[in-house]
Design a protein around this ligand. Structure first.
Ligand code: NAG
Ligand code: NAG
Ligand code: NAG
Length: 441
């Protein structure tokens, strides 16, 4: 989802919305208070790419098409979340819900969406929400919205009804089974370590929904206007910080993609556009609006769940897909070799050990081709598909139905992206990482 990922990106399990139903708190170890500031690498070069990303280096501007009206009588006025509304770790999803582009209660259902058509792959399955509202608000394309929703339904929702929650858990369709957890309950499966503003679960007593003011201030202070090169530096900082502080730091297939990818989403999704600068600019005020932060460094105040689309704001000109997130992340990896890495710390800080993608996938993807074309987006979707059976065995009797459902949804997307066939996925290679515990089971 173009959107869903910004949205999804900064996923963290968390405890952040006192009084808000469904914001799950896991019983967890105490937050780790001793922190070490990491040393951070300099980039090999700067990309100087516009805020529309490397796949749209020469953007155009059309005020009528790009204006997102959230003013009086627009039908998309800001409305604060109530006690029964779910809000979670993704600022874009929270903002879309607060403005009624997706259901205000934060639970997405098939009935709220509309099937988007793909020119090459035909009509996507009716059971998935294609999130037309996210397209209206952010210009998110189908490979992003459908891909991210499918993964959302699988990990955070209920595939029998095609629903999922952008925040905490909600009652499922089969009362005897565990309630669908929502994004807040998907740590290391969907929500991952190393995100731009949310602290790692282990460092925050299991909460993945904590806006880490250190991270936010770090990003804020990198500039007065933000670019891809700035958030690439921020992704580098967050990874270095996690490696130096979190013995359980873990990047699985989605996490490895999201750590640089969600940083890129900040730029691709939140920038404001104009005739003068069609590539877009992201100012401090706009950043604070999307993150529900007010005040100045040293006295920032974060109001959980109040993320908002600014007045007089113009979205990106073109539809943004999962493959575009992949392309920007690949650029980060050229600037900072190894910024896209699978693996984790092995129980102590500063023990980061990588997993070879070639060995993991029986040679279909390897360290060289993973960063070519659409392969990174393919890898994320296909690795998810391959990992699902083991992750859900014992939980559901009808695992076969879930696997088929997912294949029906993702099949057209992977076909459209031209993904190679993936039959081998040695998930057990993640076993040495203690942070992979909830990913593996
Ligand atoms: C700008 O967008 C509007 C609304 O989508 C469209 O009707 C119009 O033709 C576009 N103008 C140009 C010059 O493309
Ligand atoms: C977006 O850009 C336009 C054109 O420069 C400007 O008028 C408007 O105030 C900007 N919006 C925000 C929220 O900064
Ligand atoms: C792949 O991993 C397996 C199991 O860890 C190992 O035995 C094998 O040597 C590895 N192969 C390559 C090509 O790295």
């Amino acid at each position: 989802m173009k959107v869903a990922f910004v949205l999804l990106s900064s996923l963290r399990l968390g405890a952040g919305f006192p009084g808000m139903m469904g914001v799950g708190r896991n019983s967890s170890p105490k937050p780790i208070s001793k922190r070490t500031e990491p040393s951070v690498r300099q980039p090999l070069f700067l990309s100087k790419r516009p805020n529309t990303g490397i796949t749209n280096p020469h953007p155009t501007f059309n005020a009528t098409a790009q204006f997102v009206d959230v003013g009086p009588h627009s039908g998309h006025e800001f409305q604060a979340p109530g006690p029964n509304d779910r809000r979670g770790p993704c600022p874009g999803l929270n903002a879309a819900a607060n403005h009624g582009f997706i259901p205000h209660n934060g639970i997405l259902t098939a009935a709220d969406g509309e099937c988007l058509e793909s020119t090459t792959a035909g009509v996507y399955s009716l059971t998935i929400v294609a999130l037309k509202g996210l397209d209206e608000a952010f210009n998110v394309g189908p490979t992003f919205s459908v891909g991210a929703s499918a993964v959302g339904v699988v990990y955070a929702g209920d595939f029998l009804t095609g629903t999922w929650s952008i925040g905490g858990k909600y009652p499922g369709s089969v009362p005897l089974l565990t309630d669908p957890p929502g994004l807040l309950g998907t740590h290391s499966k969907y929500e991952a370590d190393g995100s731009p503003t949310r602290g790692d679960a282990y460092l925050n007593g299991g909460n993945v929904d904590v806006l880490d003011m250190n991270y936010f201030a770090q990003l804020y202070n990198l500039g007065t206007e933000y670019t891809h090169d700035i958030v690439a530096a921020h992704a580098e900082y967050c990874q270095a910080y996690s490696k130096a502080n979190n013995p359980y730091f873990f990047l699985g297939p989605i996490g490895a993609f999201l750590s640089p990818g969600t940083n890129g989403l900040i730029i691709n999704m939140m920038s404001n556009h104009s005739a003068d600068i069609p590539g877009g600019t992201l100012t401090r005020d706009v950043l604070k609006s999307f993150y529900s932060v007010t005040g100045e460094p040293g006295s920032f105040v974060y109001k959980p769940g109040y993320e908002r689309i600014p007045d007089n704001w113009y979205k990106r000109p073109d539809s943004f897909g999962l493959e575009d997130i992949g392309s920007d992340a690949q650029m980060n990896n050229l600037m900072y070799p190894g910024q896209i890495s699978l693996g984790g710390n092995t129980g102590k800080v500063n023990t980061f050990t990588g997993v070879d993608p070639g060995n993991l996938t029986g040679g279909v993807f390897n360290a060289a081709n993973l960063f070519q074309g659409n392969n990174l987006a393919c890898f994320v979707l296909q690795a998810t598909q391959q990992a699902v059976p083991g992750q859900f065995s014992g939980l559901l009797g009808n695992i076969g139905d879930l696997v088929k459902w997912l294949a029906d949804i993702l099949g057209p997307i992977t076909k459209e992206l031209g993904c190679p066939q993936l039959d081998v996925f040695r998930k057990e290679m993640f076993a040495p990482f203690p942070g992979a515990e909830s990913y593996l089971h």
